[in-house]
Design a binder for this molecule. Structure first.
Ligand SMILES: [Zn+2]
Ligand SMILES: [Zn+2]
Length: 774
């Protein structure tokens, strides 16, 4: 029995401040504290390294740190997947520092998904080295976009441990490998930190960059050991092996301590005064509910951090909490702030210090703060809206808990089917999650550009092409005249610059540059296919938590001009979508139901957009016409016979709305089994599809060639559709709302939608799937 601790007390204070009729509390769990499991320093760790680590405050390692470090030291690639603040960095510091000390030429590479995290890790290592005389020969350097030219030159010539990111690895170390021969020849270790953040198309690109690194290192005679650090995910060893392209051991048994935690799942009430699209009810927003909760907690003196999805949302939440607090006590109003998600280290230090010493009692921030920030030991964490993955949720929740004392974590549901499902099915969040990190390095659209980079770095042999699994892709490139065989290998032809052409964080294919019109500043890129629906003129565009409005989309020039502005509404495109089955990759028949994975071609055309207030109220619908776009991708699909549906009580006139509602909810729930965002995927449903002749539902990857998400849905279809059905029936609305079957990205204005019919469809489909077995 877990002790009813401080977390419960805090939750009771929040409940006292909640109108009784709202009944938002869906579940409470008391997670027991975990005591530390210490082990002795492994014998192979060099004495001066032990001394330096002791000096820095680590008396002895926790079990998982020593286990992962020893595997790495024995030459085994390893991923350590444990909770926030479990000291994963010690797992690579022990073997790397020991090796760099013993072998005066040996080098190591550290890769972080963000510059901020890389800078933090470098700073920590430098503090450690500065304090230890015997380690002073180990020279470190950053190597990223901010590193000045002379430092870069010095780093190439002298640095033994370089801190960079996959982008620079791609553009600098690999492209210019001849200049890096000293470093690469002596490369002993590669650290891939926060490796669960490499997913989807970005993750697939990083996977290929890492394969290129292993190939080039081998050319210089090096065979580095990879040490990966991950948040807790399902099957981290498999994901890590796919990421680096080699077998990787996993360490998941967390030996670090934490105090007891109370986790509360909270669903704000449906509002009566406001209605949304098609007259649907709207829930009180997670942000305003979180503001009230944070105010209640701060009144109790609890140090509270609230995570909100956008920066604008974070500011509104902080302002809301501050206003409520000022009513109670004018002094308290100033003790809450929004954390402006600049990535400047000083800003973050200031916030960390203010929260640590209690000057600040509450802060609201975007998810940007999730990685690489040193805030732990808070009394309460409020997560306003599920952050997309279970891994992210625990990363945020992990900020709570002063050593040994209790703390409170609250998930406040947004009006989204996945949020609805999670607050009604706590096991999906609190027990072993099944979401796995998805990458697909075999996607030909990702592989093609990567293969050109690899060939430019060093001509490709036939064996290497086969090892990349890229024979067909190479043949295609050769037919296009981009690559040619000469003597012993495949060469890139002409003057092409494949590295510059490939943005590993961008989408696939031609990119639209998003440019701030006033300043000419490049904010980012977006693939052409998606630009139509998110960057059309007057679209409200969210970029890294900042809000912009699109002035002009110039498809020929490949640029969208935007201006910073925060209107009262959001926009969502209206579009017409068609889907054609090109090739069935895998199909299983289950009586009246068939499930398949297929290559499809999706055609969609934007025909207008809707403006919606933040409260959920509709402003208006604006007509516009954009040119049609096609997308070749992969879909998971199911068909069901009309007889089965009619036999289940569904008349044919209800087929379209029922299938449409089932499709929407399925898109919303796919992130439960695959680490994707609902914006990465799309869907089509129809009562009669021309290729199947049957009522059919498709859910497809939004990127050319697919990113592996549909495939994951296909392999977990029973679990996925069950969760979809439950999310719909759990919602207390009468006829469908954004918390169940309405979709913020529906091209059809969320019409027609039949909530009850969707449950009927899914029940019938699952009945057939379960009856015929796997
Ligand atoms: Zn609903
Ligand atoms: Zn729709």
């Amino acid at each position: 029995m877990a002790p009813i601790g401080f977390g419960r007390e805090l939750l009771n204070r929040v409940l006292v401040g909640t109108p009784v009729r709202e009944e938002p509390l869906r579940h409470v769990a008391d997670l027991p504290s975990r005591t530390a499991r210490y082990v002795d320093w492994p014998e192979w760790v060099a004495d001066p390294v032990v001394a330096a680590l002791r000096e820095s405050g680590v008396a002895r390692p926790w079990s998982h740190q020593a286990e992962a470090a020893s595997l790495a030291a024995s030459g085994q690639h390893v991923v350590v997947a444990t909770g926030t603040a479990s000291g994963k960095s010690l797992a690579y510091r022990m073997p790397i520092l020991s090796t760099l000390l013993r072998e005066p030429r040996a080098t190591a590479l550290y890769l972080a998904p963000t510059k901020a995290l890389g800078a933090d890790q470098l700073r920590a290592i430098e503090e450690l080295l500065d304090a230890a005389e015997e380690l002073s020969s180990i020279r470190t350097s950053s190597y990223d976009g901010d590193t000045p030219g002379e430092v870069r030159q010095w780093a190439r010539a002298h640095a033994r441990w370089i801190f960079t990111n996959p982008d620079m690895l791609h553009l600098a170390l690999l492209r210019g490998h001849a200049r890096w021969s000293r470093f690469l020849r002596n490369l002993r270790y590669v650290v891939v930190d926060e490796c669960h953040s490499y997913r989807g198309v970005f993750g697939s690109n990083v996977a290929l960059v890492l394969r290129r690194l292993r190939r080039i290192a081998a050319r210089y005679g090096a065979n580095p050991v990879f040490v990966l650090a991950s948040a807790t995910t399902a099957d981290p060893g498999t994901a890590a092996s796919r990421l680096i392209g080699a077998p990787c051991a996993e360490v998941t048994d967390d030996g670090s301590p934490h105090g007891p935690r109370t986790v509360a799942l909270w669903e704000p009430p449906l509002l009566t005064a406001v209605t949304g699209e098609n007259g649907a009810p709207v829930r009180r927003s997670a942000g305003s509910e979180a503001a009230r909760i944070m105010a209640d907690l701060v009144v109790e003196g609890a140090r509270t951090l609230t995570f909100v999805r956008s920066r604008r949302g974070a500011e509104l939440t902080a302002m809301g909490a501050s206003r409520l607090l000022a009513e109670v006590d004018p002094d308290l109003g100033d003790r809450v702030a929004a954390y402006r998600a600049g990535y400047l280290a000083e800003d973050r230090r200031e916030l960390e210090a203010a929260l640590a010493d209690g000057t600040l009692l509450g802060a609201a921030t975007t998810n940007a703060l999730e990685l690489g920030v040193d805030i732990a030991g808070l009394d309460a964490v409020v997560v306003a809206g599920f952050p997309g993955t279970v891994a992210s949720f625990w990363q945020q929740a992990g900020r709570s808990g002063r050593r040994g004392e209790g703390s409170l974590v609250m998930l406040v549901a947004r009006d989204d089917p996945l949020d609805t499902y999670l607050v009604h099915h706590p096991a999906a969040l609190l027990d072993k999650p099944i979401e796995a990190t998805i990458t697909d390095p075999s996607n030909p659209y990702v592989l093609g550009p990567q293969l050109l980079c690899a060939a430019l770095e060093m001509p490709l042999t036939d064996d290497e092409v086969r090892a990349f699994g890229a024979w067909d892709v190479l043949t295609g490139l050769a037919e296009e005249g981009l690559i040619r065989r000469r003597g012993h290998g495949w060469f890139v032809t002409g003057e092409s610059k494949p590295h510059e052409a490939l943005d590993i964080r961008g989408g696939i294919g031609t990119q639209i540059a998003i440019v701030e019109g006033e300043t000419g500043r490049l904010l980012g890129t977006c693939d052409t296919g998606r630009a139509m629906s998110t960057l059309h003129p007057d679209a409200v565009h969210l970029h890294q938590g900042e809000t912009y409005v699109v002035d002009e989309l110039d498809l020929d020039a490949g640029v969208a001009f935007v201006r910073p502005e925060v209107p009262e509404w959001t926009t969502s495109a209206r579009e017409i979508t068609d889907i054609a089955v090109e090739e069935v990759l895998d199909q299983h028949d289950h009586g009246a139901v068939a499930v398949a994975l297929a290559r499809v071609q999706v055609t969609h055309q934007v025909v207008g957009y809707m403006r919606k207030l933040h409260s959920g109220e509709i402003v208006d619908l604006v007509d516009m016409e954009m040119p049609p776009q096609t997308l070749d991708t992969v879909a998971v699909m199911y068909t069901v016979t009309p007889e089965l549906l009619i036999g289940s009580g569904l008349e044919p006139d209800r087929f379209p709305g029922s299938l449409h509602a089932a499709e929407h909810a399925a898109i919303g729930l796919l992130p439960l089994v695959a680490t994707c965002d609902r914006w990465d995927i799309g869907g089509v449903s129809t009562a009669l599809h021309i290729d199947t002749g049957l009522p059919t539902v498709f859910v497809y990857d939004g990127n050319p060639g697919g990113a592996g998400f549909a495939e994951r849905g296909h392999s977990a279809i029973v679990h996925w559709l069950n969760a979809t059905k439950d999310a719909i029936s759990d919602c207390e609305c009468s006829a469908g709302c954004p918390s169940c079957v309405q979709s913020p990205k529906c091209g059809n204005g969320n019409h027609p939608l039949d909530k009850d019919g969707a449950v009927t469809v899914l029940t019938a489909v699952l009945g057939e799937l379960n009856r015929s077995g796997p």
